[in-house]
Design a protein around this ligand. Structure first.
Ligand SMILES: Cc1cc2nc3c(=O)[nH]c(=O)nc-3n(C[C@H](O)[C@H](O)[C@H](O)COP(=O)(O)O)c2cc1C
Length: 189
């Protein structure tokens, strides 16, 4: 798959199949993430890939009701960082930024492997950390819900519409300019 095709194809899809994903593929996704740049090469990203049926079941218990669709996933990944693992310059904490870069590489690789990959923040983080034995001081930023494309029959009407919708994004002038930051680029309150 061409790189731009994979980038464009990424979407927060929800119609997942329950089919198992090979460990070899899951490891390749983590390896893609680890190619990201980081200040001082700190590499402040950690991924806990949950596939064991018991652990996965416990993790799914922590999902917010709106993330019911993720229950079909055969592999959910805890994405972890800690500001102390990265560089801090004044109010600039680099660990979450670097985790985000790594996680985008992860997602693009997942797409090129024919998978859906959907980040979610809707879960009980304290409980999810217990399930994955993540220390309380570390930040479980998102879960990445993985799965091969499946049928959409279990989706709510709203999610079905979103599954079929075009990507919604700000117009270019609201997030990009040449040479100077513009008034238009300030988020509307
Ligand atoms: C940090 C983060 C948290 C998110 N949490 C949820 C979530 O809990 N449930 C959900 O269905 N989607 C969640 N999403 C997906 C976003 O809703 C989705 O990425 C956004 O609407 C843009 O759509 P697109 O990714 O298909 O372009 C989350 C995405 C991010 C990056």
């Amino acid at each position: 798959m061409e790189l731009m095709d994979a980038i464009n194809k990424r979407k927060a899809n929800r119609a997942l199949d329950t089919k198992t994903i090979d460990n070899e593929i899951l490891v390749r996704l983590a390896m893609a993430a680890s190619t990201a740049p980081s200040s001082m090469n700190n590499q402040p990203w950690r991924y806990v890939t949950v596939t064991d049926p018991k652990v996965l079941g416990d993790l799914k218990e922590t999902l917010s009701p709106g993330n019911y669709w993720a229950k079909k996933s055969p592999a959910i990944v805890g994405v972890v960082t800690n500001n102390a693992w990265g560089m801090t310059l004044g109010n600039r904490e680099y660990a979450p930024f670097e985790l985000g870069m790594a996680t985008m590489a992860y997602q693009i690789q997942a797409i090129s492997e024919g998978l859906y990959v959907h980040p979610i923040a809707g879960f009980n983080a304290d409980e999810a950390k217990k399930v994955m034995h993540i220390a309380s001081e570390d930040s479980l930023m998102v879960l990445l819900v993985l799965g091969y494309p499946g049928d959409d029959s279990g989706l709510s009407e709203k999610h079905l519409a979103s599954e079929k919708s075009e990507r919604v994004r700000l117009p270019l002038e609201k997030f990009h300019s040449f040479n100077t930051f513009t008034e238009e680029m300030k988020p509307q309150k």
